[in-house]
Design a protein around this ligand. Structure first.
Ligand SMILES: Cc1cc2nc3c(=O)[nH]c(=O)nc-3n(C[C@H](O)[C@H](O)[C@H](O)COP(=O)(O)O)c2cc1C
Length: 211
């Protein structure tokens, strides 16, 4: 799938959270590097670049993380009311092993020193910056025809231990990254009746939130 001539609007429109469409082939190193370079070009508060990327290809690590996520999925399912549990049951929430590549995006709040320009009164701007790197990664991957799936069904301590994060470095996301057969046109959660999106009209407010 070659989609490298996409405009940014095309990439935004085509981007999907991918779980079931990974082909099982590995993303090649050069493509992965371009995608990571796009992530690394994200804006960041005080130019602090608080992110790092841990690339995981070990079959053993992928399997161990997938097992942990399966446990967390079971916990979530067990806490649902019966009708929601039935809706949730067929929904796939990760493609950890099938994608063949995990990218753990981490956040270091100490990066940039004690006086990060712009973060003094809104400390979350540090994590916002790391999340922007993830969005750059996701859109660049889409433009390359590479799928990305964000997995957040995990205990941060378990993931930190699994990939050897030093104290003070937090995991923000496990991203499954790999070639895909296709991008679904409709988000999985909508296709499976879990939750539909809302219209732009509902999200845009004029002058005041109630306006
Ligand atoms: C912070 C964050 C965490 C997410 N965690 C998961 C997850 O654990 N498993 C999953 O299948 N999708 C996860 N997603 C993907 C969302 O379900 C998905 O983005 C949403 O349903 C809209 O679908 P789309 O991305 O295909 O447009 C996550 C997305 C975000 C932004």
């Amino acid at each position: 799938m070659s989609t490298d001539q996409l405009s940014v609007y095309d990439a935004i429109r085509l981007r999907r959270d991918v779980r079931a469409e990974f082909t099982g082939e590995l993303v090649d190193d050069q493509t992965l590097w371009r995608i990571l370079a796009a992530a690394h070009r994200a804006p960041s508060v005080g130019n602090s670049q608080p992110w790092d990327f841990v690339v995981i290809r070990s079959a053993d690590t992928l399997r161990r993380f997938a097992e942990h996520v399966a446990d967390k999925r079971d916990e979530f399912a067990a806490a649902l009311p019966t009708d929601r549990a039935a809706t949730f049951a067929p929904i796939k929430i990760e493609g950890i092993v099938e994608s063949g590549t995990g990218v753990v995006v981490t956040h270091d709040d100490r990066r940039g020193g004690p006086q990060v320009l712009g973060r003094a009164s809104v400390p979350e701007t540090g994590v916002y910056s790391t999340v922007l790197a993830i969005q750059n990664l996701w859109l660049a991957a889409t433009a390359e025809g590479i799928g990305v799936g964000w997995v957040s069904f995990y205990e941060p301590e378990v993931l930190s231990e699994l990939v050897g994060l030093p104290a003070g470095i937090k995991p923000v996301a496990w991203l499954c990254v790999g070639p895909v057969r296709e991008f679904q046109q409709v988000p999985d959660l909508e296709r499976f009746g879990w939750r539909a999106g809302r219209s732009l009209d509902e999200a845009v407010h004029r002058e005041t939130f109630g306006g």
